[in-house]
Design a protein around this ligand. Structure first.
Ligand SMILES: Nc1ncnc2c1ncn2[C@@H]1O[C@H](COP(=O)(O)OP(=O)(O)OP(=O)(O)O)[C@@H](O)[C@H]1O
Ligand SMILES: [Mg+2]
Length: 479
């Protein structure tokens, strides 16, 4: 007797509810929708957020190629299928539209127009209340009579797609989302969103992504690209880029590494330019790798466990670009918020960043008017040096540095008891002895400490751990 297989269809109610918690925050969720618009060839993407209590909404419109009714239905399927361009496709999983949207709202509506000559649109919706009630993988047909101006107006004269989020439980988070508090929260969310989109899509916004330039607006405000490497500043140092070859387990590809050392505070063209370059997480936490997949940023800062964040290397920022052929090697996650450096590349990247780190340390130490920084340019065994590929700025390539420049000056250390500590050592030691709960507090305080030093013009603490730090640690300690 032949064996019988059993098809097990997941519970829509359980699965769709669980998938709401994949880890998106609001800016990352919107960015996932913008990915789709860019992929659809959009030149303009407009994001509007309206605060109207329970009727608040978020709308993302594009002027891309749009979708036919059958395509919209497929787009709304969890695990939608289509062919991906292996070199430059922003999509990968067939999930983003649904998981990103439903992480923020309970009602996701898509309207689209694919015919440039005819103004017909079609619209469908996922509705959480309906799913919970029916436990069915069922989308709602949105009838013509339900087409409001919100859907119609953006598609009046051209093709494109409108994604509308309503019942914003995750965004509003309150039973009665009215009043000043919610207004303030939404304003804060909008500015976080602007910063995030200006950063992750900066190559697209600047027309550097090998596709047409994309304009993105939030509540009517056009976003300007935020360049982590401030290439427009004439004192930014651009070190020799290298191409790293990846060849492992049948996966081959290249990773382009473009290292930069940003100018010392005194060398920025203006205090505003210096403040703008800090980034949303501020200087210290914005050092490290900026990882791009198909020219879209998926990691902004941090050293991916190759180094720890260090005040002395805060001017080092390194672009690492790969194309979707290396997705498996980089283990990109569905929310496109996290990647891991492939194990096979870690050593070579670690070697490759050593000169960048040295140059950044030298730049950090240098007081203004002290002549030029000297920086090493080194090619790696398996890496091939290439010409810089993008950005017209005034960045410069610099000369080798002597190891003597590495010795730590006394003024850069904290004196704790009988011993001198760097901020980094202090952080490492505190993190080592802290409980999990305390670690968050330690990091927050160390960051604040570093920021205060930045704000005070880089004046370094020299005597003992500030009592404020110790006091706060005590208060937050856990039994
Ligand atoms: N704004 C849009 N314009 C045109 N087509 C779209 C749009 N948004 C989504 N689609 C279509 O719907 C499909 C599903 O989108 P979804 O974001 O869920 O998955 P994906 O982009 O293929 O992969 P990923 O999960 O990595 O984002 C896309 O592949 C695309 O064909
Ligand atoms: Mg997508």
């Amino acid at each position: 007797m032949g064996k019988k297989n059993h098809e097990l269809i997941p519970s829509a109610r359980r699965l769709i509810s669980s998938l709401r918690d994949m880890g998106y925050d609001f800016p990352a969720a919107v960015a996932d929708i913008v990915d789709n618009s860019i992929e659809a060839g959009a030149g303009r993407v407009s994001i509007d957020i309206r605060n109207d209590g329970d009727d608040s909404w978020v709308r993302i419109c594009d002027d891309g190629k749009g979708m036919t009714p059958a395509q919209v239905r497929e787009a709304l399927r969890y695990g939608a299928t289509r062919e991906y361009d292996k070199e430059k496709s922003l999509g990968k999983f067939g999930l983003g539209l649904k998981t990103a949207s439903m992480s923020q709202c309970q009602h996701l509506l898509i309207a689209s127009r694919s015919n440039p000559n005819q103004p017909q649109i079609c619209a469908y919706a996922w509705d959480l209340a309906h799913i919970v009630e029916t436990d069915a993988w069922e989308i709602l047909d949105v009838g013509r009579e339900e087409y409001t101006e919100l859907l119609r107006e953006p598609l009046l004269v051209r093709t494109g797609t409108v994604v509308l989020w309503r019942r914003l439980d995750r965004i509003l988070g309150l039973k009665h989302p009215y009043g000043g508090m919610i207004k303030k929260r939404i304003l804060g969310m909008c500015s976080e969103l602007e910063e995030h989109l200006a950063m992750v899509f900066h190559r697209y916004l600047a027309g550097e992504a090998g596709r047409r330039r994309v304009r993105i607006s939030v509540n009517g405000k056009q976003l300007r690209p935020w360049d982590p490497f401030v290439r427009a500043e004439k004192s930014t140092a651009r070190l020799e880029p290298v191409v790293l070859q990846y060849d492992h387990d049948g996966i081959t590809g290249t990773v382009l590494m473009e290292p930069y050392v940003l100018p010392h505070q005194d060398e920025f063209s203006s205090p505003e330019a210096h403040a703008g370059a800090a980034g949303s997480l501020r200087w210290n936490r914005q050092q490290g790798f900026y990882i791009y997949r198909a020219d879209r940023m998926v990691q902004s800062g941090g050293w991916s466990n190759l180094r720890t964040i260090d005040e002395h290397t805060k001017l080092a920022r390194v672009a690492l670009s790969f194309d979707p052929r290396l997705d498996d090697a980089f283990r990109i996650n569905v929310a496109k918020m996290r990647v891991q450096l492939p194990r096979q590349l870690r050593e070579v990247i670690e070697k490759a960043i050593a000169p960048v780190v040295k140059t950044a340390q030298a730049a950090y130490r240098r007081s203004s008017g002290n002549g030029h920084i000297e920086a090493p340019i080194r090619n790696l065994g398996s890496a091939v040096a290439v010409k810089p590929v993008r950005g017209e700025g005034h960045a410069k390539v610099l000369k080798p540095v002597s190891d003597g420049a590495m010795s730590k000056s006394k003024s850069e250390r904290l004196r704790v008891g009988a011993r001198l500590w760097t901020i980094q050592e202090l952080q490492d030691e505190l993190m080592r002895i802290a409980t999990k709960e305390e670690q968050k507090v330690v990091l927050a305080l160390i960051n604040r400490l570093s920021e205060e030093r930045e704000l005070s013009g880089g004046v370094l603490l020299s005597d003992g751990i500030p009592s404020a730090v110790v006091g706060k640690l005590d208060r937050h300690s856990v039994q």
